[in-house]
Design a protein around this ligand. Sequence first.
Ligand code: UD1
Ligand code: CA
Length: 453
Amino acid sequence: MTSRTCLSVILAAGEGTRMKSAMPKVLHPVAGLPMVAHVVKAAEASGADAIALVVGHGADAMRKAAEKLAPEADIFVQEKRLGTAHAVLAARAAIARGHDDILVMYGDTPLIDADVLLTAREKLANGAAVVVIGFRTDRPTGYGRLIEKDGKLAAIREEKDCTDEERRITYCNSGIMAMAGNHALALLDAVGNANAKGEYYLTDIVEIARAKGLDVVATEASFENALGINNRAELAAAEAIWQARRRRAAMLDGVTLIAPETVFFSYDTEIGPDTLVEPNVVFGPGVKIGSNVTVRGFSHFEQADVADGCQVGPYARLRPGAKLQEDVHVGNFVEVKNTTVERGAKANHLAYLGDGRVGAGANIGAGTIFCNYDGYRKFFTDIGAGAFVGSNSSLVAPVAIGDRAYVASGSVITEDVPEDALAFGRARQKTIPGKGKELRERFADAAKNKRSG
Ligand code: UD1
Ligand code: CA
């Protein structure tokens, strides 16, 4: 099986006008990843060693995006939209390279399952020339129907070409098809366009292969494999299915989700066992959470790395480049960006830690701000191990606080503080005995005179 080579042809020429978007349909994200990239990932997970992306005419945005999200893919342009077989043939040059297995999928079906593709490849390895992935539904309208004779797949009939009787069939074509590489071009080239839509139907290769005496099989999979996205309501529905699967997987992997339906993962979220996630938490792309972490409610993560034993939130925001080492505490209304917080350090309330380092065991008081930006450039704030930054301090970067140094509350620190030093960056307090009483009397008199006057 693994010795067989495999080309995956992904049809991504869909216009997607129903998305009402300036962006090509297949680039809309599910779980933070463009839907076509989900399809590419599934293909790769099933062992595809080459990817051919078929895009529509003039799809420059698509081409640019594809270079990023599937850099190894060959991109082919289908100049005119003449049907699914015609679209597959846009990748003729790739197919002609002689892969053992050819998988055809659609770029707008983000929930496609790699196991289903593997099953199709196994059937090719066992001698089938064409494998069709089917699904059963009570609402087959719009799908091609799988016509079986003597327990074998005889044809796929498009809705518009069906007889009334055929239209009642509930076994449908998912759109995923696998072909033996040595037959693929001959089958595709034999497809004509004499049908209700005047299109070159990929589905016609079933009858063509049967007529040649080749082995054609259908295999059933779940409906999600065929779930194509045409508008943003369907996009949200796919997202919901994806999230439900991911939450369940996280829980089965040992993560406690108190209210799973309120926790949102990204395609690449990593999260360790014995981590507890409270309600209303969002994991954006690029997040890695260790084990034994407590993520309290309403926290938001993006490209952040949280090591074992940390406590985060409630209401914490970890932005790109936030790195919390073991046992760090980051509390409510603390924002961390591009900053490493070393082992055991604490920033428990109301702080902005941007472009810096917080040394091991340091304590960041409430209201501490790393003033990292002068309107043009960003600067670094370095806090030494065991340092104590008093509440409501502004650290004007670039600035360094030495190990074990103290910064007095309310300071504006503009110069480096050596280790073990104490720095005040504020006016000294002045206390005048009796002056409070005198003021109070003066104000009371003024108010009385105003009322009587
Ligand atoms: C197709 C199948 C149908 C199946 C259904 C599953 C055919 C003839 N029909 O029907 O049996 O049940 O999918 O959703 O294959 N595309 C191109 N270029 C084209 C035409 C289509 O790239 O010229 C792409 C589309 O962008 C889309 C996919 O192929 O991603 C399917 O095309 P679509 O027109 O939606 O086919 P259906 O009529 O839905
Ligand atoms: Ca469709």
